[in-house]
Design a protein around this ligand. Structure first.
Ligand code: FES
Length: 125
């Protein structure tokens, strides 16, 4: 299909797309598909959001200066070892994550840059 209008420039897009701003540094993806959900991934997702909001690190509609976006995602193939949590741009995939692991992941990895090795099962990049 041909476009009738020219694409907006990146600068024009940035005006209406806050996530394009400079604050965002990382994304956390938490799988909430069937197998991970059966092992408690919704609680893991909520634990990340709650602590990141408390620490003013979450990028969301009430904090456009947040450094971390937390995203609910579908299955990534870790179904037998979930809940799966992926951290980008680091390319670190965690398995067997529980809400009790969330403070350690935030402190060690998201704030300190050191992945929690006992939960790492895959590295991309
Ligand atoms: S259901 Fe979560 S990785 Fe498949």
């Amino acid at each position: 299909m041909d476009r009738e209008a020219p694409l907006p420039t990146p600068e024009q897009d940035a005006v209406v797309t806050p996530v394009m701003g400079p604050s965002l540094k990382r994304q956390i993806l938490v799988c909430t598909s069937k197998s991970c959900a059966a092992n408690g991934s919704e609680a893991v997702l909520e634990a990340f959001k709650a602590q990141l909001i408390e620490e003013q690190l979450l990028f969301y509609k009430h904090n456009r200066e947040g450094e971390i976006q937390c995203i609910q995602c579908g299955s990534v193939g870790f179904c037998a070892i979930g809940p799966a949590v992926l951290v980008y741009p680091d390319g670190i995939w965690y398995a067997h994550v529980t809400p009790a692991d969330v403070p350690e992941i935030i402190e060690s990895h998201l704030k300190g840059g050191v992945p929690v090795e006992r939960l790492v099962r895959k590295r991309l990049g």
